[in-house]
Design a protein around this ligand. Sequence first.
Ligand code: 3BY
Ligand code: FES
Ligand code: FE
Length: 411
Amino acid sequence: MSPHQTMLAAVEAHRPGYTLARDFYCDPAFFRLDLENIHHRDWLFAGHDCEIKRAGQFFTLQIGDYPVVVVRGNDGAIRAFHNSCRHRGSRVCTAEHGRAKRLVCPYHQWSYDLDGTLARARHMEGEIDKSQFGLKPVHCRSVGGYVFVCVGRDAPDWDAFSATVAPYLAPHDLSDTVVVHSSTIVENGNWKLVWENNRECFHCAANHPELCRSYPEAPTATGVDAVFSDPAMVEHWARCEAVGLPSRFAIADSGQYRVTRAPLIEGVESYTMSGRKAVKRQLTPRVTEPLIGTLLLFHYPTTWNHVLGDVATTFRVLPIDATHTEVTTKWLVNKDAVAGVDYDMDELTKVWLATNDQDRRVVEENQRGILSPAYEPGPYSLEHESGVMQFVDWYLGATRRALQGEPKLRR
Ligand code: 3BY
Ligand code: FES
Ligand code: FE
């Protein structure tokens, strides 16, 4: 059997309500198919538009096989390109972040305008038709301060996601904020274990003493079942919507993304040890009400988010190999907030840095146990792991469609 056939058979053999078979979590051939089926063809969260506010500012990221650069042009537009020089293929932008008038390849200095056009090819100008050697474009779209890219030839539908989440994000003006801290960790675990862990708070009480001071363990906050019958959720939506903040739970038909506002623990304003705000200035003067809880947004397979009144904490998940995943966390605050005056950096970052490290350990132990030949799929909790089952369903559906070669994916 080819790897495609093996994986399709494993998808069909999946027992609903149970964890995935071992190969999905550790087999390099399955990992390669995940890249082909998902990461190399879908919209992925790359970074924030506020990180590249000025012309020439760029950031780079690695999407499976593809190095990508995202850059703000002189016309203000944000574009993404394959970060591979059209001379001999070197990566052009090597820094994670930077600013340049032109993108200059470090190898032989071919230089590209910010719109990807090849502007100079040293000692070769008369030999080539420069119009044929621009940087190759990557699909790139933005919504509510989030820049997404797609390295596939044809990008899947963007508009449904954008239209759904734009009203929720709009009041927070994230495009006009600033990233004041960023943390990147590598977890020794398959990317799906990172997600499965994120999609439940069943593990929170025993693993997240800091987070549990502010984030509720209620399965209706993290999961996807019985949300509308939880009075705490419904009341919270009504209160937030009364002050102009779209809040009620919405989920894609495909299950790829979900947005909702959830209350934090009674009286808690932010993810701090005290529960009080981390930043004196609100993210934006448009949102003054302090007890708005958290705007929860996930979009598979790359991002989950918490947008609060004073800070947005955003997460990006990028697969490295079958058992390694990169997780980048960013803290966005009011652009005029001053460190040491309006916020204390340690206080701002403490809860999520601790939580991320705890989640890393949880994921790594999960991976190690699954690597045992004795591992076999086990049952998810109906009450506490609806979100995990929902993730697995999305994953299996997307994988099945890709393996069966559905031509236009509308996820
Ligand atoms: O970051 C999150 O949204 C999830 C929810 C529950 C635990 N975890 C940290
Ligand atoms: Fe980029 Fe030669 S590889 S200039
Ligand atoms: Fe956790």
